[in-house]
Design a protein around this ligand. Structure first.
Ligand code: ATP
Length: 839
């Protein structure tokens, strides 16, 4: 695929690139710049995987024993029980595969939202396009912090620095000069690179590029792991209990009753475990993150969803997140305006036509072009050297050849540039005062200087450019909602402290104190911990300071979300509980390190993500309450029912000990009737979720309020079912009718409990899915009693009308009691001790 004969790498650095037609032709020839898609897992393997769970093994064993028993009984009649278990197992596997597919689809959509992009010259214009469309011969612009998207050759004259650790494991950056090879997947750490692509796709050193940037990690989340561990533990206990029960059953009932005894043991196992939970959890998470993506926040690691609900502090940068990053030069304050304008245009890597590059530079260059007329004469000056901008030194130098002499131009943080200039004390004080005055209005102020040769001291001061970057209009409201949600906001910016304070005031972050990077340097860890408790604005900080601030916040118990876009922000993003990268202006490394990517770079989207994260967690808690309350009622019925049957020697028509509910009936409740409402609970919308304080990450999933719900409602429902089992035979109905009535009450009545389960601490919006799931479930439950095959499968009998009516009354009554319980809980529900309530 990588035919190099057609490749023309003779473009000069300022080459205008391939034509669109030529690129299309080459794309057809060479194929896209991506690795071949990995083989999808075959369907049969997916189905088999669904059976790999301890509980399913128990059910399979039951199925085998049931079938063998049927054979031993000379295959008489239809083995309804075995068929039912088999059908339910198959149905469950089918549902599992469907849900996995749904989750995969949702996540792959997320991946597609953050596809890696590159800046390419096409038809002479710099445009941004997905890296998969690159072809050999393309001329690229790569900025620091971005990965080299295809193998290429460095065309620019300025040397650049490359981190090739992805390929070599060596983390010390290496210098590359004009003509050197830049392998795909390596990271540009310093300097702007113009690169001509030599090889693309599988032919390049593509390495892990696509994987690093595009994929969403779908490992089991901590929540999923906790649930899995919990499930395994329950399964082990249940298995032990089941074995004991089987032994007991054989002892009392004899070996010939083995199949019945085994089925009972299975019934107990089934009753105790919420089989539908893992699948509901996966789909809820996947649909939740899809919703989050629609609100411009793309999750890269699913466990971020949980952490989002616990965030107590958002440490945000200013430029582009709180502000629009739409810079505009408002004033030039200079003793030599033309020289200042020349510096504005020369110390500049931006491409104003395509707006590629730093928005500050784009604005400066545009203004210089407007005031100077044309920049052609300037851009033709050969650049012979320079020093790229870095937040560590806060300025940038470009050295050009002017005639025979070399001349350097500087631009940067004004106090930094000023400190390198030859000025009198009086001049210095006067300029410092001007800088402060402009900055305190929230303006961004940039200083300029020039000097002979390549010296960086004893420069000539050229003056200031005053820029305005308006706060995003939606930010003040987002700030207000964040504070109402018990979350503190801290601004951490590399900009001037006064600018930082000015913008902080405008968006409502407030505070009249600002701590600078050098103060952070001087503070001991204890002092810094104290400082971060009271300070909301940090100015003139470097990414290293940011990391220290995050660590100090975490040391004082905060759960921190941190934004970052630059190449050096990766450590702080990794360290944070939630690292937030920017989809538009962020560098590739920052995105790789992040848990969350904001597609629109907007602070308001972090708040939306927190809202969704909290909402997803709340929904998970709701269906866990709902499902566990069912399990508890089933355990109550099975255990007490069996004890009673044993004590009173209740037997069915075949003489076997009467099971209060059969395994098939329990499986039906857990997998068929409960599944849809649980899923619908996962789709609840909870606008009030931002009015609650952040969740203490140490709190268990089954918190006090949930247990207070599960215990009374589970026991109550179980007690009613037991009452039905006890009462009906007493008034002349057969045991089969009693059992069907108890089953119907549990299966249908349980559905109504989805309502109280959802509003213990929240008032969610009306959820039509839930109404539909509950209504359809109840309808289905009653209709199957009239369908003979279902009746057989579920060991049920037709119910007389008065009993149907009685069940309906009992259902509504139980629902009413559950509503009263939750109302009482809601009234008395205070935040459990230990959870932070931030003022
Ligand atoms: P934020 O941290 O909110 O993104 P910032 O862009 O001001 O804000 P840094 O990138 O750390 O933060 O920049 C620090 C300072 O260096 C800026 O305030 C500005 O004065 C100066 N500066 C920023 N970009 C450049 C550049 N490309 N060339 C020269 N100086 C720059």
């Amino acid at each position: 695929m990588t035919d190099q004969r057609a490749i023309d790498t003779s473009h000069p650095p300022d080459a205008r690139g391939l034509s669109g037609d030529e690129a299309t032709r080459r794309l057809l020839d060479h194929g896209p710049n991506e690795l071949p898609a990995p083989q999808a897992e075959p369907g049969w393997r997916k189905i088999i995987r669904q059976f790999r769970s301890p509980l399913i093994y128990i059910l399979l064993a039951a199925l085998a024993i049931d079938t063998i028993a049927w054979f031993l009984a000379e295959a008489e009649g239809v083995p309804f029980e075995a068929v039912a278990i088999a059908l339910i197992l198959l149905g469950n596997a089918g549902l599992g595969v469907w849900q996995e597919r749904k989750a995969e689809e949702a996540l792959s959509k997320l991946g597609a939202l953050t596809v890696p992009m590159a800046w390419v010259y096409r038809d002479g214009v710099l445009v941004q396009m997905p890296t998969r469309d690159l072809v050999p011969g393309d001329v690229l612009r790569v900025s620091p912090g971005d990965r080299i998207p295809a193998d290429g050759e460095l065309q620019s004259t300025d040397p650049v620095r490359l981190d090739a650790s992805v390929l070599t494991g060596e983390s010390v950056p290496i210098d590359k000069i004009h003509g050197d090879e830049l392998p795909a997947g390596t990271l540009l750490v310093q300097g702007e690179a113009v690169v001509t692509v030599t090889r693309t796709g599988a032919g390049s050193a593509m390495g892990r590029l696509a994987e690093l940037l595009g994929t969403v990690q779908t490992d089991l989340t901590p929540l999923g792991k906790r649930l899995q561990r919990f499930g395994n533990r329950v399964a082990r206990w249940v298995l032990a209990l089941a074995v004991a029960l089987v032994a007991f059953g054989i002892w009392t009932e004899g070996v010939e009753r083995l199949p019945t005894v085994v089925l009972f043991a299975v019934a107990l196992a089934v009753a105790a475990v919420p089989e539908g939970l893992p699948a509901v959890l996966t789909v809820t998470l996947a649909l939740g993150v899809e919703r989050m993506a629609r609100r411009q926040a793309v999750v890269r690691r699913l466990d971020a969803v949980e952490a989002l609900g616990s965030v107590t502090v958002i440490a945000t940068d200013k430029t582009g997140t709180l502000t629009e990053n739409r810079m505009e030069v408002q004033e030039i304050d200079s003793p030599d305006r033309d020289a200042c304008l020349r510096a504005m245009a020369l110390v500049n890597d931006a491409d104003p036509e395509s707006e590629h590059g730093d928005p500050t530079e784009v604005a400066l260059r545009k203004q210089a072009a407007r005031l100077l007329g044309s920049l052609d004469a300037l851009t033709e000056l050969p650049r012979v050297g320079g020093r790229p901008f870095d937040p560590a030194w806060k300025f940038m130098r470009v050295t050009v050849r002017e005639g025979q002499a070399l001349r350097s131009y500087f631009k940067g943080a004004p106090e930094e540039v000023l400190s390198r200039c030859r000025t009198t004390d009086a001049e210095r004080t006067s300029w410092a005062e001007k800088i402060r005055a402009h900055a305190s209005e929230g303006h961004r102020v940039i200083g300029f200087a020039t000097g002979d040769g390549e010296a960086e001291e004893q420069l000539t001061w050229l003056g200031l450019a005053v820029l305005w970057d308006p706060p995003r209009p939606e930010v003040p409201e987002a700030v207000r909602r964040t504070v109402a949600a018990g979350i503190r906001i801290i601004m951490i910016t590399g900009d001037h402290p006064e600018t930082a304070l000015g913008i902080a005031r405008k968006v409502g972050i407030g505070g009249d104190r600002v701590v600078t990077g050098s103060e952070v340097d001087r503070a001991s860890p204890e002092q810094l911990r104290e400082e971060v408790r009271h300070t909301s604005v940090f100015g003139r900080v470097t990414p290293e300071h940011k990391l220290r601030i995050v660590e100090a916040l975490q040391a004082s118990g905060e759960v921190v979300a941190v934004t970052g876009d630059g190449i050096n922000d990766a450590p702080a993003l990794r360290r944070a509980d939630i690292g937030v990268a920017m989809g538009q202006r962020g560098s590739d490394v920052s995105r790789e390190a992040a848990d969350l990517v904001l597609l629109d770079d907007n602070f308001a989207s972090i708040v939306a993500a927190i809202e969704e994260g909290r909402s997803i967690y709340a929904n998970i808690q709701k269906f866990i309450r709902f499902l566990f309350s069912t399990n508890l009622s089933e355990i109550v019925v099975v255990v007490f029912g069996l004890v009673a049957a044993f004590a009173l020697d209740l037997r069915d028509s075949a003489g076997a000990l009467l099971l209060p509910l059969t395994a098939v009936q329990l499986l039906w409740i857990n997998l068929v009737s409960d599944g849809a409402p649980a899923l619908a609970l996962g789709m609840d919308r909870n606008p009030a979720v931002l009015e609650l304080p952040p969740r203490d990450p140490g709190l268990p999933l089954l918190d006090r309020a949930s247990i207070q719900f599960i215990l009374p409602t589970g026991v109550f429902k179980g007690a009613i079912a037991l009452g039905v089992l006890w009462y009906l035979p007493r008034v002349g109905y057969g045991t089969e009718v009693a059992r069907t009535a108890a089953f119907t009450f549990l299966a249908a009545g349980q559905l109504l409990f989805a309502y109280p389960a959802r509003h213990i601490d929240l008032r969610p919006l009306t959820n039509p899915w839930l109404h539909a799931a509950v209504f359809a479930g109840i309808l289905m439950q009653f209709s199957i009693l009239w369908l003979a095959p279902f009746r057989h499968m579920l060991d049920a009998v037709a119910l007389p009308w008065p009993i149907v009516l009685g069940i309906l009354v009992a259902m509504v009554g139980a629902w009413g009691v559950a509503e009263l319980t939750t109302r009482w809980l809601h009234h008395h529900w205070t935040q459990p001790a230990g959870s932070p309530r931030v003022p």
